[in-house]
Each structure stands twice: as C-alpha cells, then as structure tokens.
Design a protein around this ligand. Sequence first.
Ligand code: AMP
Ligand code: MG
Length: 310
Amino acid sequence: MNLDQYIQLIKAGEIVAFPTETVYGLGADAWNPSAIQKVFETKGRPADNPLIVHISNQDQVFDFVEKIPERAKKLMDAFWPGPLTIVLQKKPKVLDLITAGLDTVAIRMPDHPIAKSFIAQTGPLVAPSANRSGRPSPTKAEHVRADFGAKFPVIDGGATEVGLESTVVDSSGEQIVILRPGKIGLSDLEPVLGEKVAIASKADSEVPKSPGQKYSHYKPQAAVYYGEIDSIMRENLYLVQTDTIGKEKNVINYKGDLIRFSKELYDRFRQADLEGYNSIFIENIDAFSKKAPAYYAALLNRIEKACSNK
Ligand code: AMP
Ligand code: MG
C-alpha cells in the first residue's frame, strides 16, 4: 500500500499505525467516534485513559481549543513539531471519547517526515501508542505486528528516534506542570518560559490529572528489576551501564549513554520475551543523571512502571 491508500483508510473510518519520532501511534480520525472506539477496543485500552490529538500545523489547535494561554503558545513555538504534548482547555465539541470526559484535551505535533505528511492529508488524528494496552510501546513496525498481526496496516518508518513517549505538560493552570517526563525536560522548558516548571508528584498522578499514569505500563512478560547487579545468570538479560559486570552475550552495556538506552529500552523488553529470558535486570542509572537529565527522568519513570521491585 502507498501513503494515499493509508490516507483513504483513515478517511473511511479505519485505523492505521504510523511512525512518529517517539513511538508508533495507532491513528484514527479525531472527529470520527466509531474510528476512535475501534482504537480503544483494538488496544484493550481503558476508556478512562484519554488520547492525544496529533496535528500537522498550529492552526489546527483552534479546532479543539478556544484560546491558547501565552505559556502554551511559547512552548508550541519553541518545541513543535516535536515530542511535547500540551494539555489545554478543550472546546465543548471535542469528543468525550478522546478526553475521557475531562474538560481538557492533550495535543501534539509530531516531528517525523511520515507522520507530518500523513496528518497533513488526513487532518488531526488521535494516536495512542500502537501496542496492546499494558505492553511496551512499539518503536519498530514489527513490534506493532507482534501485538496485532494483520488487524490493521502499519506504515513502516524503521526504528523511531527517541524511543520513549512524548513529554506531557499541563498548561491549563497558573504554572506549567510536567505530567509525564520525556525527552523535553525541565531544563529545556524553563528557559523558554522564563519561569519555574513543576513536576506532578506520584500522588498527583493517581488522580485524574494524567489518568494514563496510574496504569501499569510498558511491561514485558519477563520480570523487570532495577538497582545494583552483583552476579549474572544465563537465564536473565542484563542492561548495564558499567564494565564491572561482564561481557557475556546476555549483558548489554550502554556505558551511561541514556539517549541510546531510551531509544532501545522497549526493543530490549520485547527481545527478552522473544528470546525467553526469565527476568531483565537494569543497573541503576543515577550516576548519569546530569549527562542527560530529561532522558534520565523519562527512563526512570518508564522503568518504575515496568518494574516488579518498585
Ligand atoms: P499514550 O497515547 O498511550 O502515550 O498515552 C497518552 C497519555 O497522555 C496518557 O498518559 C494520558 O493520561 C495523557 N493524557 C491524554 N489526555 C490528557 C488530558 N486531557 N489531561 C491529562 N493527561 C492526558
Ligand atoms: Mg501508551
């Protein structure tokens, strides 16, 4: 199939997976309730977990939002297209299916050549990560096929660049609040805004501010453990940062490169399952937090959600 055929499918109310710079999304027309319903049913996604609307130009924000707060406008100008999702007060006509009944809507403009040209021709799409609910987000087309087979088409754009989901910020209050950490972090946001940015506490994420954060996520079948590693066993996969552990084939050393680690984390989770490893041990990454603070926060958030010992 070519891009035109995928576009026609979306217009006909079907769902199509496509690559973005973060992870693969499962796209559906943001104005078509039955297409959006298909997304929830296909993923097995709880109805109280709202979806992100993906757009291809800033004017489209006004289809969903009455007024853009000054802070949010600064963020759009600085980081769009890019891996930043902004939560805004919604217009009444935005479908409740998308927002899970909240009075806000989450919007982002992805920065990926395929996503950009696809959305430019389909119009705004909802596009949650194209995995079965609870599984690791897909960073390759084959991950989507592994979860869903041929249920819907996947536009193959190779491995995604960032590998972790977008940063989500709430701009509906008096201060910008990071609801979900991602590649764009505090030290990127604050200089643009010229003011402090808050981080939602774990307790906050239990309440409906960012409903998705309350679910167990990103989990492989293998148990995931995070912390110090002192010995290795053949039946486990080890994702390490230092040379002290060993060089066996089940030991993958990122040497503190948290950018590469982010890009590959979900692929390693899925690979561990395919290769039948019992557990995945991830060595503590604290020593590298200053080298890449945003990736560090994003990785810790995803690892904690995948973990059995946290
Ligand atoms: P996913 O598309 O699977 O990456 O998940 C979307 C994330 O965006 C979830 O964590 C949702 O809770 C969050 N989200 C979507 N809409 C809103 C909203 N209106 N307010 C707060 N968080 C939202
Ligand atoms: Mg998801």
